[in-house]
Ligand binder design. Structure first.
Ligand code: C2E
Ligand code: MG
Ligand code: MG
Ligand code: MG
Length: 290
């Protein structure tokens, strides 16, 4: 496109850019009303221990359903919400809903599970985040040790303000997970400084585990580094038994992926848990479940 500096500057967009810009603008304007109109919901994906297959936690994932039908994937609207600043109120809503579900399960038949919640770096830069999180924990009667904040590995981790914030959250009792590990650019020294207890191997390496020796080497290295730093290592996006077997041989601790379950609405997640673990609900022995 043509560009001229100063006043009267001309910006020409090619059709793809224009489409992109228009799409983002309409998303921004629709994001604001989406929250008040109840178009957001959470789905939950189980996290399992590789040693015995028990489900110890779940990850809450945000869904946006448009009133005219169809879904906008989070990879599309989260970056827009971050740019528009809307992620602050949306992120608070997510944390509250996730805490409410965790407490409901804890106090009901499902039992105590850890709830992982994705947190944008934009939220970690907000000075009101800690106060908001405290308010939510109190209002929901949630124990921060049961709530895991997932932070995506990125350049932003090199930011000292973000590091300080993660330490405060850890000090409050939250568990911290590093998401999408291996795709960002954070240094190993920064990883060492972060008080994280879980390291999540990015799906891209898991996908190619059986076919690319490089992916297997990277996964093996992440497991070693994580264990060296005293962390639990969880592989995301496990889709095949072969991938699971390789991860087991590498000493990976935990898994999450379509092989076990897709993200599910709360009621389906509850049923999934109860059907798989009859010992959790004695009145529903496998013989009586049809
Ligand atoms: P993520 O946190 O790395 O979440 C994992 C993504 O992988 C999810 O996509 C999940 O549905 C998908 N997934 C899980 N298992 C499999 C599998 O076996 N195969 C495949 N192909 N995919 C699998 P989703 O729900 O579309 O979310 C995409 C990203 O959007 C998330 O990546 C996270 O970065 C972001 N996101 C989602 N919810 C929130 C939220 O509440 N707040 C923030 N800040 N970000 C969120
Ligand atoms: Mg995540
Ligand atoms: Mg992510
Ligand atoms: Mg991830």
């Amino acid at each position: 496109g043509a560009k001229r500096g100063g006043r009267g500057r001309i910006l020409r967009f090619d059709p793809v850019m224009e489409e992109e810009l228009h799409g983002r603008l309409s998303l921004v304007s629709r994001l604001a009303e989406a929250q008040s109109n109840g178009q957001f919901s959470l789905v939950y994906q189980p996290q399992l221990a590789l040693s015995d297959g028990t489900t110890f936690g779940s990850e809450a994932l945000l869904r946006w359903q448009l009133p005219e039908g169809g879904w906008v994937p989070p990879d599309r609207f989260i970056p827009v919400a971050e740019d528009a600043g809307h992620i602050l109120s949306l992120g608070e809503w997510v944390l509250r809903q996730a805490c409410l579900a965790q407490v409901r399960w804890r106090d009901g038949a499902v039992g105590r599970l850890r709830m992982a919640v994705n947190v944008s770096v934009r939220q970690l830069r907000d000075e009101n985040f800690v106060r908001g999180a405290e308010r939510i924990l109190t209002a929901c009667n949630a124990d921060p040790r049961d709530i895991e904040l997932e932070i995506t590995e990125s350049h932003a981790m090199e930011n000292d303000q973000v590091l300080a914030m993660v330490r405060v959250l850890r000090g409050m009792g939250f568990s911290i997970a590093i998401d999408d590990f291996g795709t960002g650019y954070s240094s190993l020294s920064r990883l060492q400084q972060l008080p994280a207890s879980v390291l999540k191997i990015d799906r891209s390496f898991v996908t190619d585990l059986g076919t690319l020796p490089e992916s297997r080497s990277i996964a093996a290295t992440i497991v070693k580094v994580g264990h060296e730093l005293g962390m639990t290592v969880l592989a995301e996006g496990v889709e095949t038994a072969e991938q699971e077997e390789i991860l087991r041989s590498l000493g990976c601790d935990a898994v999450q992926g379509y092989l076990y379950a897709k993200p599910m609405p709360a009621e389906r997640f509850e049923r999934w848990i109860l059907e798989r673990s009859p010992e959790r609900s004695p009145e529903q022995s496998p013989a009586t479940v049809s």
